[in-house]
Structures are given as structure tokens and as C-alpha cells.
Design a protein around this ligand. Sequence first.
Ligand code: 13P
Ligand code: SF4
Length: 354
Amino acid sequence: SPSDPDLVERARAAKEKLGDKVFVLGHHYQRDEVIQFADVTGDSFKLARDAAARPEAEYIVFCGVHFMAESADILTGDDQKVVLPDLAAGCSMADMATAEQVAECWDVLTEAGIAEQVVPVSYMNSSADIKAFTGKHGGTICTSSNAQRALEWAFEQGSKVLFLPDQHLGRNTAVRDMGMSLDDCVVYNPHKPNGGLTAEQLRDAKMILWRGHCSVHGRFSMDSVNDVRERIPGVNVLVHPECKHEVVAAADYVGSTEYIIKALEAAPAGSKWAIGTELNLVRRLANRFAPEDKEIVFLDKTVCFCSTMNRIDLPHLVWTLESLAEGNLVNRIEVDRETEQFAKLALERMLALP
Ligand code: 13P
Ligand code: SF4
């Protein structure tokens, strides 16, 4: 929908007043009305890497979700303040693994006698607490663009991986990209005693997958894939690795949001694409490439935005920028020192992956 011209002008004026004091980052799932004000756009890896690109900026306004803002705080200078325009912009997947649950899981692995062989690999989509747990236990963070390299690194450190919190990214990477079998994977359910697993199952597994998922990507099904292939002959199915294993196995291409954009940039005119990821991004791509005659459709028939990404809208951005321009620091995201120290260790291991 077209943005309110009055709000656009207010955001522009406040940003201009702030000048070099503000650095605005925007994740690819953000609304068009917000993304137009981003100095840098990216997938979660690129945004983590680029967060520290402007050490002179006093404020980093993160248009994305809570775990991304926490990661930016961890990776930037102590005098830089990270701001999330709406504090309710969380991620339901990240909420599926709490510090208490993960500590309990580690006890279960210790009881089963395998903790020493296990290396935790945590998806970026997790709280700073989970990242700190990961750093403390010798593990690394990964994103959807480097999950395979992170797992390869982890299997050089130990013989088993505890993958948190997205079971699908863990399974898809292990099975589709690294040739492991579905039998090498077990699912740890934090709501069941011992994760719902026997000590023997834990000892036999290579990949211990946390029972978390993304509800947005969980909506894509085999029906969505079969239906679009029937409707659009010759269509290329391109999905995010947070989709279920069967969907990823049936897709032609799989990758992060940044990968999806690059794939469409490289696609020939006249090609047809069905995209399985969040709708703001798919719509933006469909509009961008329509004049080049690339047909781009959403993989499912129903609408599916990420409701928490969508919480960051133009009114919230205007309020944030105007507050900062008036010297009011609002909605700061600040990770405590001890958590930060260990979480940073895990994030830096990711940034150092080959
Ligand atoms: P990307 O790292 O691919 O941008 O994914 C982030 C995310 O939250 C996907 O749901
Ligand atoms: Fe979290 Fe899914 Fe939204 Fe990504 S799309 S931020 S994983 S809820």
C-alpha cells in the first residue's frame, strides 16, 4: 500500500536532522514503507556483519526483529545504542527455546553421557541467552546462508551437534546439503521429560534437533508445491530453508532471503518463479522484476506475512526517528555484559567461518 506522504516527509526530515548520528538497518521482510529509509538492507547474516560498519553512528535503528537488534548490540561499540522501533517485534521461533529449557537439555545430554561430544550450533533466530549458552559450550551461531559451513566446522570439533532452535534448518542442511540421513537426526522436545528421547536414541544420533519452527514458513506444504507446478508449467520453485523438509526436498532452489534476491536478479527474462518465503519480500520482488517479464508468484494461495516483522511500520519508524532527533533515547535494546561476552564469542566464531 502507498505510504502516507505526510509520514514519509516526517521520517525524511527526522533522518536528515540526525545525519551521521543514525544508521538504519532493514531486514528484507520489512514493509516497503520502512525499507525505503534503510541505509543497508540484508538477510540476517549481512545485517549482523554490517551492524558495525558505522562506528561513528550513535544510534542504530534496527528495522527487523528483537534477536537481530540484540545481535547488533552485541557486535557494536559500547557507546552505540541499538533501537528497535517496536519492542513487541519478536520472533515466535526464537521464543521456542528459553535459557532454562536449554540448560535442562544440557543436563539430559550430560546424563546420557554424550555432552562432551556435543557442539551446539544455534541459529541466529535465538535470544542472546541462547547465544551465550552456545558460546560457553564451544559452539557457533549460524544463519540460513552459512548453516552448512557452521555444521562442517562443528563436526570438526565434536561428533554430534545440538541444533537450536529451528529443526527444519538443521534437518534440511544435514540431509539435503551434507548427505546425512533422516535417521541421523532426532528431535528434542523441551516439553517432554528427557526431551522425549531415550539415552540410546541420543547416543545414536548425529544431529539433535530442537523442536522449534517458523510458523510463517511452516504454512508451505507439498500441496502448495504440487499446485503451483500444475498451474504454472516450467515454474522454478525457490524456498527458504526454514520450510519443512519435504517442501525443501521438492524445491528447485533453496536459500536465505539474500540468496533469493540474487537468484532472481540472475534469472533470465521470461522465467517463472514461485517463492516460499515471507510476503513483503515476495511482493517487492514481483513488482521489481515485472517490467523484465519475470513472473514471480507467492508459493501458497493464502497470504502470509510475518506478523512481528510487520509491527515495524512507518508510524513506529517516524516516532523513533523523531524521538532520537529530539534527544530522547527510546526502545533501546541492551544485552547485559556477561551474556554479551559469551554470545559475542559464538557470533564471532560464525563471522570467522571460512
Ligand atoms: P534470512 O537470514 O534468510 O534473512 O532469514 C531470517 C528469517 O527470520 C527468516 O525467517
Ligand atoms: Fe521469526 Fe519466522 Fe518471522 Fe523469521 S519469518 S522472524 S523465523 S517468525
